[in-house]
Design a protein around this ligand. Structure first.
Ligand code: ADP
Ligand code: ADP
Ligand code: MG
Length: 450
């Protein structure tokens, strides 16, 4: 096992990885930007190295500075967390070239799934159902228009390099297609350095269901059941849960989804933890949309219901240990829900609201876990994602998990900032949410009607 690991991230996920390392007696190294000089993640690790000014391009995406910190600290491995450099093939390659271990999949696997249009083809070739759409990136508007007519409107234009809900546009009518293509190409170019776009049929009243997988370096892979992340705004997840209330009623769908996820990951020789995402229609038909070749924000709901420490397994697998967990050992216990607590204003189109935190008192109680990267008397800056905490509740069943989460949200004290705390509590108390009767448009409709 490693003696020391560098964490190339910030916020709650950096704090959480540091805690796992500490629990295993492994040394931890944090990196921090000038804006994060007083941030909790800096102190969560045994050592910390400054890596540059506030903007991510000069700090958390500064590969030279991060690799330099890793080598100077004597770390043997780098955990990239999620976002930032976690799906950057060049970085993964440079880590290996520097003689270090990248805690994640191989650069080839990241590449295979990084271009979402290419990932569709890979999944399709592996016999995994994909949403009807274009077979690859679309060269021109005329071709896009032909594909859209063939699959039928509404269609979704997607940037091939997209992520975090960025570079997607829903198109209901042919006369809106050209503008959507242009805007997604622009977003793809500016946010991901890739102007390629592709088309998918828009699945009406969709639910987002994803399957967590773990693969070791010895040919052994398992799934850890599904998560449902249908409550979204701007194609971004806000509330996630495990198991999926819909899939829980459909053993046939669960069997199909988990088998498809293992097949998609197996097709690219996947290693380490990953997530295969699907959209599921009202009839239970499911379609691959992408694979995230990293730890996901919402992985703790899976940890809660399976009792499996995903970051712990990421370390073991990266160190070459066999995955001793067998499929039949993974069992679901109760239900768990995660709420992403943001410094944002739900009444103003969820606009980020940076500011200074005064008092900060996270809730506690049976089944409650709070993962956070901020504390009292801290700044939430405009430089980074405005998520300040993840509140998790685990219960014997879904009703108990939801009620525990709602009560905990109401007891969460964050002074000085506009947050979505009361909005989240309202959502969890809503009869539709209680009944598990929602689609990916539900949350935005609810926010508008409030
Ligand atoms: P996940 O796929 O793990 O559920 P998301 O899809 O919400 O997470 O986000 C994917 C990644 O994009 C995350 O690692 C997150 O840090 C990053 N991200 C999320 N929201 C934004 C945003 N508004 N701008 C830029 N990056 C974002
Ligand atoms: P990202 O890479 O930004 O996470 P995804 O391709 O995973 O983008 O899509 C983000 C969200 O958009 C999904 O969680 C789902 O809710 C919705 N979505 C994606 N593709 C479709 C589709 N073909 N039909 C309906 N909804 C979709
Ligand atoms: Mg996605």
């Amino acid at each position: 096992m490693f003696e020391k690991v560098l964490i190339a991230n910030r916020g709650e996920i950096a704090c959480r990885i540091a805690a796992v390392l500490r629990g295993r007696g492994i040394g931890s190294v944090a990196v921090y930007s000038e804006a994060d000089a007083a941030a909790p993640h800096r102190h969560a690790a045994d050592e910390a190295f400054p890596i540059g000014p506030a903007p991510v391009a000069q700090s958390y995406l500064n590969q030279d500075a991060i690799l330099d910190a890793a080598l100077r600290s004597g770390a043997q491995a780098i955990h990239p967390g999620y976002g930032l450099l976690s799906e950057n093939t060049t970085f993964a390659r440079r880590v290996v070239e520097a003689g270090l271990v990248f805690i994640g999949p191989t650069p080839e696997a990241i590449d295979a799934m990084g271009d979402k249009a290419a990932a569709r083809r890979t999944a399709k070739a592996a016999g995994v159902p994909v949403v009807p759409g274009s077979d690859g990136p679309l060269d021109d508007d005329a071709e896009a228009s032909r594909v859209a007519e063939a699959i039928g409107y509404p269609v979704l234009v997607k940037a091939a390099g997209g992520g975090g809900g960025i570079g997607m546009a829903l198109v209901h009518k042919p006369d809106r297609l050209a503008r959507a293509l242009e805007s997604c190409r622009d977003r793809g170019r500016s946010s991901f350095g890739n102007p390629a776009v592709y088309l998918e049929k828009y699945i009406e009243q969709p639910r987002h269901v994803e399957v967590q997988v773990l693969f070791d370096h010895h040919g052994h892979g398992i799934h850890l059941f599904e998560r449902e992340c249908t409550l979204q705004r701007r194609h971004q997840k806000v509330v996630e849960e495990a198991p999926s209330p819909f899939v829980a009623t459909r053993p046939d769908v669960r069997a199909g989804l988990t088998e498809a996820a293992l097949r998609a990951a197996g097709a690219i020789g996947y290693r380490n933890a990953g997530t295969v995402e699907f959209v599921v229609g009202t009839d239970g038909a499911f379609y691959f949309i992408e694979m995230n070749t990293r730890l996901q924000v919402e992985h703790p709901v899976t940890e809660a219901v399976t009792g499996v420490d995903l970051i712990g397994w990421q370390l073991d697998i990266a160190a070459g240990r066999p995955l001793t967990l067998r499929q039949e050992d993974v069992r679901l216990s109760g239900a768990a829900v995660e709420c992403r607590v943001y410094a944002e204003d739900p009444a103003k189109s969820f606009l980020p609201r940076p500011g200074h935190i005064g008092r900060f008192v996270p809730p506690s109680g049976p089944g409650i876990r709070v993962d956070t990267g901020v504390g009292p008397d801290q700044d939430v800056t405009p430089y980074y994602d405005p998520m300040i905490a993840k509140l998790l509740a685990h219960g014997a069943d879904r009703a108990e998990a939801l009620e525990r989460a709602r009560a905990a949200l109401q007891g969460f004290v964050v002074e000085g900032l506009t947050t979505n705390l009361s909005f989240l509590a309202e959502i969890l108390g809503h009869p539709d949410v209680r009944a598990g009767a929602f689609d990916t448009g539900w949350l935005e409709r609810f926010a508008k009607g409030r």
